[in-house]
Write a protein that binds this ligand. Structure first.
Ligand SMILES: Nc1ncnc2c1ncn2[C@@H]1O[C@H](COP(=O)(O)OP(=O)(O)OP(=O)(O)O)[C@@H](O)[C@H]1O
Ligand SMILES: [Mg+2]
Length: 315
């Protein structure tokens, strides 16, 4: 179990993380999401003991990071952002090097090597130079480095960013496999990259928690907005804008006009259904509706609305 408790971290006057609290249980794979600069890497660095918190604490089972940094680091495997590896070393030598740093004996290393080569699918590249491996294999090597001491927890900072779509699928499958036995937290600024891998999602924005839950829970808690897109012929733009006065539950999202048609996207809470009122309004204004299509909120919309909050100054 990991518990982040009221964690804040500032760099001088920059408050990167603000009173952040969340818990992750054993056996969970959690996606840690936020836009660029949201504070993901800072949070993960504090969780791994690489940075001291400004205030607050991080607990791993019965230990806390302020008092038991070394002990906690034994329980954690960390894949840093951009996966810095010694590119001139052979994969074998790199893993041996990290095992030595961890104080492992030759015998312990031999067992650990077999385990990580098997778990990370490295048998084909073990005698290759790191720099000659593909980006996907470099991520596997980074994971093997993070796992050489058989930690219970994996903290992965943007593990799939920069990979091609095939490599993303491969690394996702690998992480999912590892997540069967370990607690995994992986960050990303792209929802689709990790949505398929994780059990739970934590979203931060400007260093603060904005949402936490399964994909389904997040969509439900965003009260699911429905969208209706209309293509209307012969519509007067003022009449389109005035529609809100007649149907207050609507927000008129976008408005584009070509020579012949106006395209309007209307948004309303899933709990209401103003379609009949919209249709009546169209008839009253003698609009010809060429197309009317409805779409429900998806997780991407929830993420966008939560992480653009600060920028737009509205919900
Ligand atoms: N060493 C540092 N010194 C000063 N400010 C920093 C430092 N590291 C990060 N920051 C600032 O702290 C904030 C959070 O940065 P952080 O790297 O944690 O975000 P992130 O969510 O990981 O972003 P990204 O998606 O770009 O990796 C940003 O405003 C960043 O500019
Ligand atoms: Mg980062």
């Amino acid at each position: 179990m990991i518990k982040v408790d009221n964690l804040s971290k500032s760099y001088g006057s920059i408050e990167a993380v603000k009173s952040l609290s969340f818990e992750i249980n054993d056996g969970e794979i959690v996606g840690f999401l936020g836009a660029n600069g949201a504070g993901k890497s800072t949070t993960l660095k504090v969780m791994t003991g690489f940075l001291r918190p400004t205030s607050g604490n991080v607990y791993v089972d019965d230990l806390n990071i302020l008092d038991h940094e070394r002990e906690i680091q034994k329980r954690i495997g960390y894949l840093p952002e951009l996966n810095p590896l010694y590119v001139d070393m052979k994969v074998f030598d790199l893993l041996k090097f990290h095992a030595t740093i961890r104080g492992m004996t030759d015998k312990q290393f031999k067992t650990a090597l077999e385990r990580v080569v098997h778990d990370c699918g490295l048998s084909g590249v073990i005698h290759r130079t790191v720099g000659d491996c593909s980006k996907g294999f470099k991520q596997r090597i980074g994971l093997a480095v993070a796992m050489i001491h058989d930690p219970e927890i994996l903290i992965l900072d943007e593990p799939v960013t920069g990979l091609d779509p095939n490599q993303i699928v491969e690394i996702r499958q690998l992480i999912k496999q590892l997540g069967k036995e370990k607690l995994v937290i992986m960050s990303s600024h792209i929802l689709q990259e990790i949505q398929a891998t994780v059990d739970k999602i934590i979203i931060i924005n400007n260093g603060e928690l904005v949402a936490e839950g399964s994909s389904e829970e997040l969509i439900a808690s965003a009260q699911g907005l429905a969208q209706l897109t209309l293509e209307i012929q012969d519509a007067d733009e003022n009449a389109i804008q005035e529609m809100k006065a007649f149907i207050p539950s609507l927000s008129i999202h976008t408005l584009e006009s070509s020579e012949k048609s106006s395209f309007v996207t209307l948004e309303y809470a899933n709990t209401s259904d103003p379609r009949k009122e919209i249709f009546d309004y169209a008839v009253k204004n003698q609009w010809s509706i060429l197309e009317m299509s409805q779409s429900k909120t998806n997780l991407e919309d929830v993420f966008r609305s939560l992480t653009q909050k600060g920028d737009q100054g509205n919900a």
